[in-house]
Write a protein of this length. Structure first.
Length: 144
C-alpha cells in the first residue's frame, strides 16, 4: 500500500479534521436569537440550539442589560451575544448590525471598544470580565 508523503494532502486531511472538531464544538450555538425585550417577557427565557437543547438565560443578567439600554435598544439587542474565536486571530469578534452590542460591552468593560464595519473587536484580556458578568447571555463560536 503506497504512503502519501505529499504535505499538501496531509494538510488537507488535518484541516478537515479540525473543521469537523469546530463543527462539533459549535453545536451549542443558538438556532436563532431573541431580542432582550422578548426574553424579558418570558417566564423561563431561552433559545433553541443546534444540538436540540435549549440555552437558558439568567434573569439577573437580562435585567442588567435592560438597565444599560433604552426601550428601543432592548428590541435591537439579540441574544445570546456570540463571541467569535479564531485560532489564528489575537482578537475576538462580536458582529453587530445596530451598534447596540458596542454600547453594552462598553458599559460592562467601562472603556471604549474597537468597532469597525459591523464588527466589535475584543482582546482576550477582556473576555473574563464579559463572561463573568454575562455568563448566560454570551456564547462562544469557534471558527477555523
Amino acid at each position: 500500500m503506497p504512503i502519501d508523503d505529499d504535505p499538501s494532502t496531509r494538510d488537507r486531511g488535518l484541516e478537515g479534521a479540525v473543521t469537523e472538531d469546530f463543527r462539533i464544538l459549535n453545536t451549542q450555538a443558538p438556532r436563532r436569537k431573541k431580542s432582550l425585550a422578548a426574553l424579558l417577557r418570558e417566564p423561563h427565557p431561552s433559545v433553541p440550539c443546534y444540538d436540540g437543547n435549549d440555552h437558558h438565560f439568567r434573569k439577573d443578567e437580562l435585567e442588567r442589560l435592560a438597565a444599560i439600554l433604552g426601550e428601543d435598544e432592548r428590541e435591537e439587542l439579540l441574544l445570546p451575544l456570540l463571541i467569535e474565536i479564531s485560532g489564528e486571530a489575537r482578537e475576538l469578534k462580536v458582529r453587530t448590525k445596530t451598534g447596540v452590542e458596542a454600547k453594552v460591552l462598553e458599559s460592562l468593560l467601562r472603556m471604549p471598544v474597537d468597532r469597525r464595519k459591523g464588527e466589535i473587536f475584543l482582546s482576550r484580556a477582556q473576555l473574563p470580565v464579559i463572561r463573568r458578568l454575562l455568563k448566560t447571555s454570551t456564547q462562544y463560536l469557534f471558527l477555523v
